[in-house]
Design a protein around this ligand. Structure first.
Ligand SMILES: [Zn+2]
Length: 516
């Protein structure tokens, strides 16, 4: 009897092991490929350049194409998508939009994983929480955490899932299976640079967090991937310090970057989904080899617009256009097509006067010809992008989303010097000041001059400046507001749709149109 049971048992064992044998060796070839479709730094839901470049509806099509080839395909966003955006100055149904249009579009496109860029923290704490709750994608954050009002630090989380809370993981593991049954586990971590810090965010050192995350993941997965939002130099350091990484997909620079550093690919796509990188991870489980095949996808007219996503995009474009028509703008109208690309990248405009800065200052000068001095705060420029030709009215709207009047005032030379000094102090921030090229500082004599004439503290100057600067709200410029004894007169600005001083964007558009 025992023998019969034993034989039966053996038979069952033989049978089950046969099926296992069949499943693992006859069909499982030990090789599996996974596609990552990477985008980063996307501020525009609709295509730019007259509908020719980028747009979330093209991203959706690209993802679908790769899913059709290989169901093991993920669409990843390496940060900076909720801000800055022209939509963030608009309201819909009484509420500020603040990235809502982008979350809806990315949900429609089937975004799988997102990480924070520095700009996600531009919007208010409650607004970011709303966007997180509206998102249907997975977030990962290894070094940025929610610093709550009571000072407690916890992960950011979806708070509307019905469960207590759905916190963002520091590390994320996803298991992939292919048609012949090969499986692979991929570990992800995500780091963000602490640029324009928000008070409600706690930033752990990115490299320290990356090393901890890698050690936590490496023994339980087939490959570890870093998704980053930091400078290319920081990505190179990451590659040098963690040679076991399989891939670094990053954002922040806006320029396309692709290189192999210490055998690790670092990829950054062009801002606004003008391009996407598709990184195919090829895993051979038998010899534990992991290789990466990169492909650059240009997101131009060759890529069709996905109809479902396009519907969402169109809804928001119409909402924005209605708001702009009421202000007298025609967003689609081309205003210039024969200039060099205009540099409005944040790091650049906050540290020197780029060609775009010079153009805006000239436009202000042209709108306020009676003011020999023009001053603006670099923080008014929110596009964080290079404007390619042709430039439309919409490009100017997204460059200066807040608009606002150009104010003129009579001020003393001593106040003017105080303002210019503060501007230098604010280098690297939104309070960095941009002004006429004739204004110069002499570091040896420690004085300011206009042309060849040193600014006389007792003289009166008529100055044109962005209205925000006259509120005293700018860093190190809190003295610049009505009531300051150095301000002798503030001129009235006539608020009409034809007056270029009534809206700085109108001043730029009229200036560009006149020089065509
Ligand atoms: Zn960034």
């Amino acid at each position: 009897m025992n023998r019969i049971i034993f034989s039966l048992f053996s038979l069952v064992f033989l049978f089950t092991s046969c099926t296992v044998y069949k499943k693992t060796t006859a069909t499982d070839d030990g090789r599996i490929s996974i596609n990552f479709v990477q985008i980063n730094d996307v501020y525009e839901i609709a295509p730019l350049n007259n509908g020719k470049d980028g747009g979330i509806a093209r991203v959706a099509t690209l993802k679908k194409k790769y899913v059709q080839e290989n169901k093991n395909t993920l669409l990843l966003m390496a940060g900076d998508f909720l801000s800055p955006s022209v939509y963030n100055s608009l309201k819909y149904k009484g509420e500020s939009i603040k990235g809502k249009q982008m979350v809806e579009a990315l949900n429609a496109a089937g975004l799988d994983i997102a990480i924070f860029g520095n700009h996600e923290f531009d919007i208010k704490e409650a607004e970011l929480q709303q966007r997180i709750n509206e998102s249907s994608f997975q977030w990962i954050s290894s070094n940025t955490f929610h610093k709550k009002k009571d000072g407690k630090i916890s992960p950011f989380a979806k708070t509307n899932t019905g469960k207590p809370e759905d916190p963002f993981p520091k590390t994320f593991i996803k298991t992939f299976t292919d048609a012949d049954g090969t499986t692979a586990k991929i570990g992800f971590f995500a780091v963000t640079l602490p640029f324009n810090k928000a008070s409600y965010v706690f930033y752990e050192d990115a490299l320290t967090a990356a090393k901890k995350s890698f050690s936590y993941l490496i023994d339980s997965v087939d490959a570890v991937i870093a998704i980053t939002h930091q400078t290319i130099e920081e990505d190179r350091i990451l590659a040098s310090e963690i040679p076991g990484l399989s891939l670094i997909m990053g954002g922040h620079e806006h320029d396309q970057h692709f290189e192999k550093h210490w055998d690790i690919y670092i990829s950054k796509a062009m801002a606004n989904a003008r391009s996407a990188y598709v990184l195919t991870l090829n895993i051979n489980k038998k010899n534990k080899q992991v290789s990466v095949t990169p492909k650059l996808e240009k997101m131009d007219e060759q890529v069709a617009l996905d109809s479902n996503t396009h519907k969402v995009v169109t809804k928001w474009v119409n909402i924005a256009n209605e708001s702009y028509a009421a202000l007298g703008f025609e967003p689609g109208k081309i205003i210039v097509n024969n200039m060099q690309p205009l540099d409005g990248r944040e790091t650049e405009v906050r540290s020197y006067s780029t060609n775009l800065c010079k153009l805006i200052v000239s436009a202000m000068q042209s709108a306020a010809p009676q003011s020999p001095v023009v001053i603006m705060n670099a923080g008014s420029i929110r596009v964080d992008d290079i404007l390619q030709m042709p430039v439309t009215q919409y490009d100017i709207l997204r460059t200066l989303p807040y608009g606002g009047a150009i104010k003129e005032a009579d001020i003393t030379g001593s106040l003017l010097v105080q303002i210019l000094d503060a501007g230098t102090k604010n280098k690297g921030t939104g309070g960095y000041l941009l002004y006429n090229e004739t204004i110069r500082y002499n570091p040896e004599l420690k004085n300011w001059s206009i042309g060849d004439t040193v600014i006389d503290p007792a003289k009166i100057f008529r100055v044109a400046l962005t209205d925000f600067l006259l509120t005293g709200g700018e860093a190190n410029l809190d003295f610049l507001k009505p009531g300051n004894s150095g301000i002798l007169k503030v001129y009235d600005t006539e608020n009409s749709l034809s007056n270029p001083r009534a809206d700085i964007r109108r001043a730029v558009i009229q200036y560009l149109q006149a020089r065509q």
